[in-house]
Design a protein around this ligand. Sequence first.
Ligand SMILES: [Zn+2]
Length: 238
Amino acid sequence: MEPTNPDLDPTDALSSVPAAGAGRGVSPTGKLRFFFGPMDCGKSTLALQIDHNQARQGRSGLLLVRHDRSGTPTISSRMGLARNALEVHEDMDLCAVVRRRWAAGTRVDYVIVDEAQFLSPAQVDQLAELADDAQVEVYCFGLATDFRSTLFPGSRRLFELADELNAIQVEVLCWCGRAGRFNARVHDGEVVRAGDTVLVADTAVVAEEVRYQVLCRTHYRTGDLGPHAVSGRQLSLT
Ligand SMILES: [Zn+2]
């Protein structure tokens, strides 16, 4: 009996691994992915895990971070892992960064961006271009919305352009136990809903007065920070 012709296998249509696309005139592209979630949901941990998995396959990566808080650009997780990264500046052309690596003989198979909400929309376009034209796999990690509960411009552009959008499923809880989805800016015990979007706690003065707290929508709206919200100095009973 003749073996079944694999070209006629009716299960091919269900295969999760597509055929090579021969003859269809479709060139392979990389994918632009955005993993988003509130603060403390494990974005940087996942970024480092993906980097580890890719590097283990012998692939060469470029790690980028925007507005790094440490002074020495790193992607670091609260689990204690850290990798050096390149700090992205406001006017940096990310295509040019990758081209310079190539010119220096360094492969760039994938790009990982932490704090991607701070990218400019133009930089997100550059990442899409790298995915499309250079088959670079791009993994962006960041917050969707700012303390005003509106999309960061970079995150908005990622929602518009990304091939894959992934809400990170590690749930961060509001003090009341509901899912926390909003990154509230807290100044002297009050939720602040207006002001400069990019206010990273990177100076001692700002760090002392401003903090961020993840809240559910109800408590973001009402500004209720919960029973343990009052700071020590305000609790002075003398
Ligand atoms: Zn709540």
